[in-house]
Design a protein around this ligand. Sequence first.
Ligand SMILES: [Zn+2]
Ligand SMILES: [Zn+2]
Length: 253
Amino acid sequence: MTLRFASLGSGSRGNALLVEFGSTLLMVDCGLPRKVVEERLHAVGRSPRDITALLVTHEHTDHAQGVATFARRYNTPLWMTPGTASAIRELVNVKTLSCHRPLEIGEITIEPFPVPHDAREPCQFVFAAGGRRLAVLTDTGHVTAHMHARLEGCDALAIEFNHDLVSLQRGPYPESLKARVASRFGHLNNAQTSELLTKLGRDRLQWVVGLHLSEKNNTPEQVRESLGPALDGARYPLHLATQDAPTAWHALD
Ligand SMILES: [Zn+2]
Ligand SMILES: [Zn+2]
């Protein structure tokens, strides 16, 4: 058995990601319309009823718009922090988790950790199974020392490259939104994520998958350019998730 993951779509218009080990299939966020999630699940060879549990990072629409309808339709157990649960309407079947306490769902151990983002009680996750660790990190304004410690020694990172800072500043967003995105409680820009990657131990890294790229303030070329030396000669490939299609499955051998 191998721990593996696939993005069903990622960006400011919606996010959902799958993590699988053996018969345990977790979905992280359901920020796309339910029908779109169903189609993309089928595209990666899974169906809604295969999902063991749905974990929600925070209440923003691009992560939570499909949560309530999906969970009601398929009777999917939901897990999220109390703060996130308090901010999403019409939830059923919710179990709350602590940002500071690992939990096990099926054969996967989940280590939640808190992130600085402008939501009620946002968290992100490290998933561990079969001796491998996958970190999923989006929607954070900066990287705290605690987050850095959680991300150290992972075998794969699915991580936010939200914007190029200059493109954001020159781009079409209103000033208030620019300030929000670039703030310490907004989103990681290419330089921030690249710096994190150069500081993390990378010996075990098999995959880096870029998530939540802005369609207005970033390009795949800018992401690769920002990584520069951290990517050159690296043994891990960089794949970039897109808004409108799922990625392939990425296995942690
Ligand atoms: Zn988001
Ligand atoms: Zn958010």
